[in-house]
Structure formats: structure tokens, C-alpha cells
Design a protein around this ligand. Structure first.
Ligand code: F0G
Length: 376
């Protein structure tokens, strides 16, 4: 493949977000090139990219109004990454570093998004990609992606936690690189979302609301916010507000869950590997963890779609559901960012089963019938 080693990043930080329209801009180079000074890469690192990152921070006014108190709520819509989730931020780093180290195959356990992303980047790098998924609990869109990207998919009778145990043992024993969020390069890539938020707002937000599964992403955001804060690019750090689904809330309950359950299959995880780091982020930021029920998740999911025109997957809606649930604690005038981690198209079954739309099907194909149905 063509590597972009010589690509000159000419964007300055404002231009990178498309704010200055007076000068012609090169297209977004992907997050490794954009943030190379902040990442463990060198001239020798082959950059495997699908031009991930640079996702929009969208004001979500109907949610701001719901919270009241003059707050400004934004969605960091990471479902607009190349494979439709934030995992691409981590995967461009994990796969580029694996390639640099001469690796020929990667493996991961996944509730779906990691497998889609790992497969896309691994294939782009000319590697084999093995994915272990919990049988029957991966949304259709995600499975479709892994298959189309050419992953070797192994579906096990067991949940994500069991799958992760297995892939960790396999990666210990055999010459294959693990690309779950225990791989430190994953978090390095994912931290760049925090950089983008600070660049866009000109400051860190007061709250960051984020869904948690294996708790890698909250850890990565906290790293990113701290690095920019320490470099003087922001004057404060956000409170890290992490949300889990009630049926799989080990971080909220403070104990592992043997049989996690939730409609938000992406975060159906009972034993998060990044537990300690996530707890540290909560403590240091004076933040909080809370669970939200499946019903609250679906309410938020529907609100995002029908009031904001944003189609996020159920796990992502947990960040909105959580904010609504904690609205009494929100300070006046706060700036709040909710991370929308995955695209709604990933889980069409959930969408079709959970919406308030009017859907008149199978009508006769004539003007009168259609007009009458429309109320004319
Ligand atoms: N949101 C979505 C859409 C996810 O796919 C995940 C995790 C999370 C949130 C939670 O992120 O694990 O860093 O706390 N998905 C993993 C996967 C587990 O296999 O795709 P986390």
C-alpha cells in the first residue's frame, strides 16, 4: 500500500477543524499525522490510516434545553469514523505499531466495533485478523463489517469477558498481536479525541459524559485531557462522568458481573480490564459513575434521532441518558460534551424495534390512498 510518510501536515490547529475558510486546505490526514508529536510514532512507523479522527462536535440544543441552567451540550460524534466507531482512533495506532514490529496477524475479542475496526485496519496493512465474538450478541451491522473486511470470525458460546480471556492467552502463547484496549497503543490513539474537543472549544469542557464497557475510552480521554492541560492548551480538566447499562454495571456496583445483560450490546461487559485506570480518572477528576436502565438508554437514543437528527448506537446513547439522569448536579452555564461512540447504522434491529415513527406499509399504489393516509 501507499504510505503517507512524506505527507506534510500544513494545517494549524484552527484550520484542522475547518474553522478558517479563507485558505485552501489539504484534507484531514488522519490522526497519526495530525498528532504525531503527541504519539509514540517515529519516521519508521508505517502509517496505516483510513483518515480517522477529525470528527464533529455537534451542539445538541434539545438536550441543552432539557438540562436547562444555560448549559451548552455537544455531541462528539465518533460514529462518523471510517468504520463507524471510535475504535478507529485506537486501531490506526495499534495496527501501525504492529506493522512496524513486523507482525503478520492480530487478534481481538469484541462486542462488535473492535472487530470491525481491527479487521479494516489489519486488512489495509496486509495482515490476518482473528476476532472472537459472543455468539448471538453482536449487532448485525458490526458482524457484516467484520465479514466484509475479511476477518476470520470465531463466535463462542460465552460473553465478551470469556472471549477476552481466551484471546489474551492466545496472544501470550502464539505469535499474534492483541489489539484490545490492553494494547497501550489503542489508548494513545483514542486520546486524540480529547485534543480535538479542546481545540474546538478553545478550552476543556466542564463535564465529559461517556459510556463505559471495558473502560479503555474513558481512560484514553483522561490521558488526552491531561496531556493538553499540562501543555497549557487548556486551563482546566473536565469531570469524567462514566455511564454503564444497569444490567452490566461492574464499575458502578464495584464488583464483576457474571452474566451482564443490556440492549446496548457494545457495552455488555462484566469484567472491565481497564477498571483501575477508569477509577483513577473518576477520582482525580472528581467525576462520577452511574448506571442507566435500558429504557433510559432507548429514550435517549430516540431523542437523539428524532430531535437532533443524530443516529447513534444504543451504547452511545448511554452518555446522553446519563447526563439527563444527573441533570440536577450539572453546574449553571456548564459546557458538556457527550461522547457518541458508535453509529446507529451498526444496529438496525434495535432501530426498527425502537422508534416512534409512523410507518404505513403495504398500501395500494395510488394517489388517493397515499393522500388519504397523509391526512388530506
Ligand atoms: N461504545 C461503543 C459503541 C463501544 O463499541 C464500546 C466498546 C464502548 C462504548 C465502550 O468503550 O470499552 O473503551 O469502555 N466496545 C468494545 C468492542 C468492547 O468490542 O467493540 P470501552
Amino acid at each position: 500500500m501507499v504510505l503517507t510518510q512524506n505527507f506534510q501536515v500544513t494545517l494549524n490547529e484552527n484550520l484542522s477543524l475547518g474553522i478558517n475558510e479563507t485558505k485552501p486546505q489539504k484534507c484531514w490526514p488522519g490522526l497519526i499525522k495530525r498528532y504525531q508529536a503527541w504519539l509514540p510514532v517515529s519516521e519508521k512507523t508505517p502509517v496505516i490510516t483510513l483518515q480517522e479522527g477529525g470528527t464533529p462536535l455537534i451542539p445538541i440544543n434539545s438536550i441543552s434545553h432539557r438540562i436547562g441552567k444555560n448549559v451548552s451540550v455537544y455531541a462528539k460524534y465518533d460514529g462518523l469514523n471510517p468504520t463507524g466507531s471510535f475504535k478507529d482512533r485506537g486501531m490506526t495506532m495499534a495496527i501501525s505499531k504492529a506493522k512496524e514490529q513486523g507482525c503478520e496477524a492480530v487478534i481481538c475479542a469484541s462486542t462488535g466495533n473492535t472487530s470491525a475496526s481491527a479487521a479494516a485496519y489489519a486488512k489495509r496493512a496486509g495482515m490476518r485478523c482473528f476476532v472472537l465474538i459472543p455468539d448471538g450478541y453482536v449487532a448485525q451491522g458490526k458482524l457484516a463489517q467484520a465479514l466484509v473486511y475479511g476477518a476470520e470470525v470465531i463466535s463462542i458460546k460465552g460473553n465478551f469477558d470469556k472471549a477476552l480471556n481466551i484471546v489474551q492467552s492466545i496472544a501470550d502463547k502464539y505469535p499474534i498481536t492483541l489489539v484490545n484496549s490492553v494494547n497501550p497503543f489503542r489508548l494513545e490513539g483514542q486520546k486524540t479525541a480529547a485534543f480535538e474537543i479542546i481545540e474546538y472549544l478553545g478550552e476543556a469542557p466542564d463535564w465529559l459524559c461517556i459510556p463505559m464497557g471495558n473502560a479503555g475510552n474513558i481512560t484514553a480521554y483522561w490521558m488526552g485531557f491531561n496531556e493538553y492541560f499540562n501543555a497549557g492548551k487548556s486551563t482546566k480538566l473536565p469531570k469524567m462522568m462514566g455511564f454503564q447499562a444497569s444490567g452490566s454495571a461492574p464499575l458502578v456496583l464495584g464488583k464483576n458481573i457474571q452474566d451482564p445483560q443490556t440492549i446496548a450490546t457494545a457495552i455488555r461487559i462484566g469484567k472491565p480490564v481497564n477498571r483501575e485506570k477508569a477509577l483513577m480518572a473518576k477520582e482525580k477528576s472528581n467525576g462520577g459513575f452511574l448506571d442507566v436502565t435500558d429504557q433510559e438508554i432507548i429514550e435517549a437514543y430516540k431523542l437523539l434521532g428524532k430531535e437532533e437528527g443524530i443516529f447513534a448506537e444504543p451504547a452511545s446513547a448511554a452518555s446522553i441518558a446519563g447526563l439527563i439522569k444527573r441533570k440536577d448536579e450539572v453546574p449553571n452555564g456548564a459546557t458538556i460534551v457527550c461522547v457518541l461512540t458508535g453509529n446507529g447504522l451498526k444496529d438496525p434491529d434495535c432501530a426498527i424495534a425502537n422508534n416512534d415513527a409512523s410507518f404505513y406499509s403495504g398500501l395500494e399504489a395510488n394517489i388517493e390512498t397515499v393522500a388519504k393516509t397523509m391526512g388530506f
